[in-house]
Design a protein around this ligand. Sequence first.
Ligand SMILES: *Cc1c(COP(=O)(O)O)cnc(C)c1O
Length: 362
Amino acid sequence: MIPLIKPFLPEKEILLPELEKILYSGYIAEGEAVYQFEDAVKKYIGNPYCLALNSGTAALHLALIIADVKSGDEVISTPMTAEPTNTSISAIDAKIIWGDVNLNNGLLDPDSVRSLINSKTKAIVVVHYAGMVCDMDEFNKLSQEFNIPIIEDAAHALGSKYNGKMVGNGQNVTIFSFQAIKHMTTVDGGILSVTNENALERTRRLRWFGLDKKKARLLNDITELGYKYAMNNVNATIGNVQMRFINSVIDKYISNGKFYDNALKSINGIELMAYNKNTEPSYWLYTLKVERREDFIKMLEANSVTASPLHHRNDTHSIFKTLKRDLPNMDIFYNSFVHIPCGWWVGNEDREYIVDLIKKGW
Ligand SMILES: *Cc1c(COP(=O)(O)O)cnc(C)c1O
Protein backbone atom coordinates (compact mmCIF):
# COMPACT_ATOMS: atom_id res chain seq x y z
CA MET A 1 0.00 0.00 0.00
CA ILE A 2 1.35 3.46 -0.85
CA PRO A 3 0.48 5.47 2.26
CA LEU A 4 -0.83 9.03 2.37
CA ILE A 5 1.48 9.92 5.24
CA LYS A 6 4.87 8.62 6.29
CA PRO A 7 7.29 10.24 8.74
CA PHE A 8 10.72 10.93 7.30
CA LEU A 9 13.51 10.05 9.73
CA PRO A 10 17.22 10.16 8.89
CA GLU A 11 19.05 6.83 8.76
CA LYS A 12 19.89 5.14 12.06
CA GLU A 13 23.62 5.50 11.47
CA ILE A 14 23.21 9.26 11.30
CA LEU A 15 20.48 9.92 13.86
CA LEU A 16 21.18 7.48 16.68
CA PRO A 17 24.74 8.60 17.57
CA GLU A 18 23.47 12.17 17.90
CA LEU A 19 20.55 11.05 20.04
CA GLU A 20 22.79 8.93 22.22
CA LYS A 21 25.14 11.85 22.73
CA ILE A 22 22.38 14.21 23.87
CA LEU A 23 20.53 11.63 26.00
CA TYR A 24 23.62 11.00 28.13
CA SER A 25 24.98 14.54 28.00
CA GLY A 26 23.52 15.49 31.36
CA TYR A 27 21.47 18.25 29.72
CA ILE A 28 18.25 17.07 28.08
CA ALA A 29 15.94 20.02 28.86
CA GLU A 30 15.81 23.27 26.85
CA GLY A 31 19.42 24.17 26.02
CA GLU A 32 22.02 24.53 23.28
CA ALA A 33 20.44 21.96 20.95
CA VAL A 34 17.17 23.93 21.07
CA TYR A 35 18.92 27.21 20.27
CA GLN A 36 20.78 25.57 17.40
CA PHE A 37 17.51 24.24 16.07
CA GLU A 38 15.96 27.70 16.29
CA ASP A 39 18.91 29.11 14.34
CA ALA A 40 18.50 26.48 11.63
CA VAL A 41 14.78 27.22 11.29
CA LYS A 42 15.40 30.98 11.31
CA LYS A 43 17.76 30.57 8.40
CA TYR A 44 15.43 28.23 6.55
CA ILE A 45 12.32 30.41 6.73
CA GLY A 46 14.18 33.71 6.71
CA ASN A 47 12.98 35.21 9.99
CA PRO A 48 15.23 35.95 12.99
CA TYR A 49 12.30 35.87 15.44
CA CYS A 50 11.59 32.16 15.93
CA LEU A 51 10.93 30.22 19.09
CA ALA A 52 10.99 26.40 19.40
CA LEU A 53 8.11 24.92 21.37
CA ASN A 54 6.92 21.46 22.31
CA SER A 55 4.03 21.54 19.82
CA GLY A 56 2.31 23.51 17.12
CA THR A 57 -0.70 23.72 19.41
CA ALA A 58 1.43 25.50 22.03
CA ALA A 59 2.55 27.89 19.29
CA LEU A 60 -1.08 28.61 18.40
CA HIS A 61 -1.88 29.34 22.04
CA LEU A 62 0.98 31.83 22.36
CA ALA A 63 0.11 33.37 18.97
CA LEU A 64 -3.41 34.09 20.23
CA ILE A 65 -2.06 35.54 23.48
CA ILE A 66 0.25 37.99 21.72
CA ALA A 67 -2.61 38.94 19.39
CA ASP A 68 -4.26 40.00 22.66
CA VAL A 69 -7.24 37.66 22.17
CA LYS A 70 -9.18 37.32 25.41
CA SER A 71 -12.28 35.58 26.69
CA GLY A 72 -15.35 36.64 24.70
CA ASP A 73 -13.43 38.12 21.75
CA GLU A 74 -14.19 36.91 18.26
CA VAL A 75 -11.63 35.12 16.11
CA ILE A 76 -12.44 34.38 12.47
CA SER A 77 -11.20 30.95 11.45
CA THR A 78 -11.79 28.10 9.03
CA PRO A 79 -13.39 24.68 9.59
CA MET A 80 -11.18 23.24 6.83
CA THR A 81 -8.24 22.30 9.04
CA ALA A 82 -7.02 19.93 11.74
CA GLU A 83 -8.75 20.44 15.08
CA PRO A 84 -5.91 22.17 17.02
CA THR A 85 -6.37 25.33 14.95
CA ASN A 86 -9.77 25.79 16.52
CA THR A 87 -9.56 24.02 19.88
CA SER A 88 -6.78 26.53 20.65
CA ILE A 89 -9.21 29.40 20.11
CA SER A 90 -11.82 27.75 22.35
CA ALA A 91 -9.17 26.99 24.97
CA ILE A 92 -8.79 30.68 25.69
CA ASP A 93 -12.58 31.07 25.69
CA ALA A 94 -12.68 33.22 22.56
CA LYS A 95 -15.54 32.78 20.11
CA ILE A 96 -14.80 31.16 16.75
CA ILE A 97 -16.55 32.78 13.80
CA TRP A 98 -16.44 30.40 10.87
CA GLY A 99 -15.46 31.89 7.54
CA ASP A 100 -16.42 30.11 4.34
CA VAL A 101 -13.82 28.68 1.96
CA ASN A 102 -12.88 29.31 -1.64
CA LEU A 103 -14.66 26.66 -3.68
CA ASN A 104 -11.62 26.25 -5.93
CA ASN A 105 -9.04 25.37 -3.26
CA GLY A 106 -10.75 24.93 0.12
CA LEU A 107 -8.77 27.80 1.67
CA LEU A 108 -10.39 30.52 3.76
CA ASP A 109 -12.10 33.06 1.51
CA PRO A 110 -11.10 36.68 2.19
CA ASP A 111 -14.48 38.00 1.00
CA SER A 112 -16.29 35.80 3.48
CA VAL A 113 -13.89 36.97 6.22
CA ARG A 114 -14.44 40.62 5.30
CA SER A 115 -18.20 40.21 5.75
CA LEU A 116 -17.68 38.85 9.28
CA ILE A 117 -15.36 41.52 10.67
CA ASN A 118 -16.84 43.70 13.40
CA SER A 119 -15.67 45.57 16.50
CA LYS A 120 -15.32 42.30 18.47
CA THR A 121 -12.98 40.70 15.92
CA LYS A 122 -9.56 40.36 17.53
CA ALA A 123 -7.72 38.07 15.10
CA ILE A 124 -8.04 36.14 11.86
CA VAL A 125 -6.54 32.65 11.71
CA VAL A 126 -5.71 31.50 8.21
CA VAL A 127 -4.64 27.90 7.54
CA HIS A 128 -2.37 27.03 4.64
CA TYR A 129 -4.19 23.76 4.31
CA ALA A 130 -2.32 20.80 2.79
CA GLY A 131 0.57 23.14 2.00
CA MET A 132 -1.48 25.49 -0.23
CA VAL A 133 -1.06 29.13 0.71
CA CYS A 134 -4.05 31.37 1.48
CA ASP A 135 -4.76 34.50 -0.51
CA MET A 136 -2.25 36.58 1.47
CA ASP A 137 -2.52 39.58 -0.87
CA GLU A 138 -6.11 39.98 0.30
CA PHE A 139 -5.61 38.91 3.92
CA ASN A 140 -2.72 41.32 4.42
CA LYS A 141 -4.89 44.10 2.98
CA LEU A 142 -7.73 43.20 5.37
CA SER A 143 -5.30 43.16 8.27
CA GLN A 144 -4.08 46.67 7.47
CA GLU A 145 -7.50 48.08 6.67
CA PHE A 146 -9.08 46.89 9.94
CA ASN A 147 -5.94 46.74 12.05
CA ILE A 148 -6.58 43.12 12.98
CA PRO A 149 -3.67 40.66 13.29
CA ILE A 150 -3.48 37.63 11.04
CA ILE A 151 -2.19 34.39 12.52
CA GLU A 152 -0.92 31.98 9.88
CA ASP A 153 -1.32 28.30 10.76
CA ALA A 154 1.45 26.86 8.60
CA ALA A 155 1.48 23.42 10.21
CA HIS A 156 1.08 21.98 6.69
CA ALA A 157 3.16 24.60 4.93
CA LEU A 158 6.82 24.27 5.79
CA GLY A 159 8.58 25.22 2.56
CA SER A 160 5.55 26.90 0.97
CA LYS A 161 6.12 30.37 -0.45
CA TYR A 162 4.36 33.68 -0.77
CA ASN A 163 5.79 36.33 -3.08
CA GLY A 164 8.86 34.15 -3.59
CA LYS A 165 9.67 34.04 0.14
CA MET A 166 9.10 31.27 2.65
CA VAL A 167 5.85 31.31 4.59
CA GLY A 168 6.70 32.40 8.13
CA ASN A 169 9.29 34.97 7.05
CA GLY A 170 7.99 37.56 9.47
CA GLN A 171 5.08 39.45 7.93
CA ASN A 172 2.53 37.84 10.26
CA VAL A 173 2.79 35.65 13.34
CA THR A 174 3.04 32.11 11.98
CA ILE A 175 3.09 28.66 13.54
CA PHE A 176 4.66 25.42 12.33
CA SER A 177 4.25 21.89 13.64
CA PHE A 178 6.81 19.08 13.75
CA GLN A 179 4.32 16.50 14.91
CA ALA A 180 4.75 12.96 13.59
CA ILE A 181 2.94 13.32 10.27
CA LYS A 182 4.06 16.75 9.10
CA HIS A 183 6.67 17.45 6.36
CA MET A 184 9.38 17.36 9.02
CA THR A 185 9.06 15.76 12.43
CA THR A 186 10.93 16.11 15.71
CA VAL A 187 8.45 13.46 17.04
CA ASP A 188 6.58 16.42 18.55
CA GLY A 189 7.44 20.08 18.39
CA GLY A 190 6.57 23.41 16.89
CA ILE A 191 7.85 26.83 15.94
CA LEU A 192 6.30 30.15 16.72
CA SER A 193 7.53 32.73 14.24
CA VAL A 194 6.84 36.31 15.35
CA THR A 195 7.45 39.71 13.81
CA ASN A 196 9.67 41.63 16.22
CA GLU A 197 12.15 41.37 19.08
CA ASN A 198 9.63 42.40 21.77
CA ALA A 199 7.20 39.67 20.83
CA LEU A 200 10.08 37.20 20.78
CA GLU A 201 11.22 38.14 24.29
CA ARG A 202 7.68 38.06 25.62
CA THR A 203 6.93 34.63 24.17
CA ARG A 204 10.32 33.37 25.36
CA ARG A 205 9.09 33.99 28.91
CA LEU A 206 5.63 32.60 28.16
CA ARG A 207 7.10 29.29 27.05
CA TRP A 208 8.64 28.84 30.50
CA PHE A 209 5.94 29.70 33.08
CA GLY A 210 6.59 33.43 32.63
CA LEU A 211 10.13 33.10 33.99
CA ASP A 212 13.10 34.81 32.37
CA LYS A 213 15.72 32.12 31.78
CA LYS A 214 18.42 34.73 31.36
CA LYS A 215 18.02 35.81 35.00
CA ALA A 216 18.80 33.74 38.09
CA ARG A 217 15.71 32.00 39.46
CA LEU A 218 15.76 33.95 42.71
CA LEU A 219 15.91 37.27 40.86
CA ASN A 220 12.92 36.33 38.69
CA ASP A 221 9.48 37.85 38.97
CA ILE A 222 6.59 36.41 36.96
CA THR A 223 4.60 39.35 35.63
CA GLU A 224 2.56 37.45 33.05
CA LEU A 225 1.28 33.89 33.32
CA GLY A 226 3.27 31.51 31.15
CA TYR A 227 3.15 27.81 30.32
CA LYS A 228 5.38 24.78 30.00
CA TYR A 229 5.83 24.97 26.26
CA ALA A 230 9.59 24.84 25.61
CA MET A 231 11.09 22.31 23.25
CA ASN A 232 13.69 20.03 24.90
CA ASN A 233 17.17 19.12 23.70
CA VAL A 234 16.15 15.60 22.67
CA ASN A 235 13.46 16.71 20.23
CA ALA A 236 15.70 19.54 19.09
CA THR A 237 18.52 17.10 18.34
CA ILE A 238 16.19 15.16 16.06
CA GLY A 239 15.28 18.50 14.48
CA ASN A 240 18.91 19.46 13.98
CA VAL A 241 19.60 16.23 12.13
CA GLN A 242 16.35 16.59 10.15
CA MET A 243 17.37 20.07 9.01
CA ARG A 244 20.32 18.54 7.12
CA PHE A 245 17.79 16.83 4.87
CA ILE A 246 15.04 19.42 4.75
CA ASN A 247 15.73 20.75 1.27
CA SER A 248 15.74 17.37 -0.41
CA VAL A 249 12.68 16.18 1.50
CA ILE A 250 10.59 19.26 0.71
CA ASP A 251 11.82 19.26 -2.90
CA LYS A 252 10.46 15.75 -3.32
CA TYR A 253 6.98 16.78 -2.12
CA ILE A 254 7.06 19.74 -4.50
CA SER A 255 8.33 17.74 -7.44
CA ASN A 256 5.56 15.16 -6.98
CA GLY A 257 2.94 17.89 -6.55
CA LYS A 258 4.00 19.63 -9.73
CA PHE A 259 4.02 16.32 -11.57
CA TYR A 260 0.38 15.72 -10.58
CA ASP A 261 -0.59 19.31 -11.43
CA ASN A 262 0.60 18.63 -14.93
CA ALA A 263 -0.37 14.99 -15.42
CA LEU A 264 -3.88 15.22 -13.98
CA LYS A 265 -5.15 18.24 -15.85
CA SER A 266 -8.13 17.83 -18.10
CA ILE A 267 -9.22 14.41 -16.84
CA ASN A 268 -12.96 13.88 -16.70
CA GLY A 269 -14.35 13.85 -13.17
CA ILE A 270 -11.38 15.67 -11.64
CA GLU A 271 -10.89 19.28 -10.72
CA LEU A 272 -7.43 20.45 -9.68
CA MET A 273 -6.84 23.13 -7.07
CA ALA A 274 -6.52 26.77 -8.11
CA TYR A 275 -3.52 28.04 -6.15
CA ASN A 276 -3.74 31.65 -5.01
CA LYS A 277 -1.75 34.29 -6.87
CA ASN A 278 1.83 34.86 -5.71
CA THR A 279 1.86 31.56 -3.82
CA GLU A 280 3.78 28.29 -4.21
CA PRO A 281 2.50 25.22 -2.35
CA SER A 282 4.78 22.68 -0.68
CA TYR A 283 2.19 19.92 -1.25
CA TRP A 284 2.10 18.32 2.18
CA LEU A 285 -0.89 16.47 0.77
CA TYR A 286 -1.92 16.50 -2.87
CA THR A 287 -5.50 17.76 -2.92
CA LEU A 288 -8.04 17.45 -5.71
CA LYS A 289 -11.79 17.41 -6.15
CA VAL A 290 -13.33 14.30 -7.65
CA GLU A 291 -16.71 13.12 -8.75
CA ARG A 292 -18.03 10.00 -7.01
CA ARG A 293 -15.37 10.23 -4.32
CA GLU A 294 -16.18 6.93 -2.63
CA ASP A 295 -15.65 5.06 -5.89
CA PHE A 296 -12.42 6.97 -6.53
CA ILE A 297 -11.06 6.00 -3.11
CA LYS A 298 -12.16 2.38 -3.52
CA MET A 299 -10.55 2.09 -6.94
CA LEU A 300 -7.21 3.41 -5.65
CA GLU A 301 -7.33 1.28 -2.51
CA ALA A 302 -8.04 -1.81 -4.58
CA ASN A 303 -4.77 -0.98 -6.35
CA SER A 304 -2.76 -0.45 -3.16
CA VAL A 305 -2.88 3.34 -3.10
CA THR A 306 -4.28 5.19 -0.09
CA ALA A 307 -6.60 8.11 -0.79
CA SER A 308 -8.64 9.97 1.79
CA PRO A 309 -10.08 13.36 2.73
CA LEU A 310 -8.12 12.95 6.01
CA HIS A 311 -9.60 15.88 7.97
CA HIS A 312 -13.00 16.26 9.66
CA ARG A 313 -14.59 19.66 9.10
CA ASN A 314 -14.19 21.28 12.48
CA ASP A 315 -17.53 23.09 12.71
CA THR A 316 -19.52 19.86 13.01
CA HIS A 317 -17.97 18.81 16.34
CA SER A 318 -20.38 18.91 19.31
CA ILE A 319 -18.28 21.42 21.24
CA PHE A 320 -18.77 23.91 18.39
CA LYS A 321 -22.52 23.29 17.97
CA THR A 322 -23.59 26.77 19.09
CA LEU A 323 -21.23 28.42 16.60
CA LYS A 324 -22.76 26.81 13.51
CA ARG A 325 -23.19 29.04 10.42
CA ASP A 326 -24.18 28.33 6.85
CA LEU A 327 -21.06 27.72 4.78
CA PRO A 328 -22.29 26.82 1.30
CA ASN A 329 -18.84 26.56 -0.32
CA MET A 330 -17.52 24.44 2.54
CA ASP A 331 -20.46 22.04 2.10
CA ILE A 332 -19.62 21.52 -1.55
CA PHE A 333 -15.84 21.36 -1.11
CA TYR A 334 -16.07 18.99 1.85
CA ASN A 335 -18.06 16.46 -0.13
CA SER A 336 -15.72 16.28 -3.08
CA PHE A 337 -12.12 16.82 -1.97
CA VAL A 338 -9.63 14.01 -1.54
CA HIS A 339 -5.88 13.59 -1.05
CA ILE A 340 -3.52 11.24 -2.85
CA PRO A 341 0.04 10.30 -1.79
CA CYS A 342 2.57 12.97 -2.68
CA GLY A 343 5.35 12.89 -0.08
CA TRP A 344 9.06 11.99 -0.10
CA TRP A 345 8.30 8.23 -0.21
CA VAL A 346 6.39 8.50 -3.51
CA GLY A 347 8.92 7.63 -6.22
CA ASN A 348 8.73 8.54 -9.90
CA GLU A 349 7.31 5.13 -10.76
CA ASP A 350 4.74 5.36 -7.98
CA ARG A 351 3.44 8.72 -9.13
CA GLU A 352 3.19 7.53 -12.73
CA TYR A 353 1.38 4.41 -11.55
CA ILE A 354 -1.10 6.56 -9.58
CA VAL A 355 -1.74 8.83 -12.57
CA ASP A 356 -2.29 5.83 -14.86
CA LEU A 357 -4.81 4.36 -12.44
CA ILE A 358 -6.73 7.63 -12.32
CA LYS A 359 -6.65 7.97 -16.12
CA LYS A 360 -8.23 4.52 -16.46
CA GLY A 361 -11.23 5.84 -14.53
CA TRP A 362 -13.23 4.77 -11.45
C1 LIG B 1 -0.75 19.37 13.31
C2 LIG B 1 -1.49 20.64 13.26
C3 LIG B 1 -1.45 21.59 14.29
C4 LIG B 1 -0.89 21.35 15.63
O1 LIG B 1 0.33 20.84 15.71
P1 LIG B 1 0.83 19.90 16.92
O2 LIG B 1 2.30 20.03 16.75
O3 LIG B 1 0.30 18.53 16.63
O4 LIG B 1 0.34 20.47 18.19
C5 LIG B 1 -2.08 22.80 14.09
N1 LIG B 1 -2.72 23.08 12.96
C6 LIG B 1 -2.81 22.20 11.95
C7 LIG B 1 -3.53 22.59 10.72
C8 LIG B 1 -2.21 20.94 12.08
O5 LIG B 1 -2.33 20.06 11.08
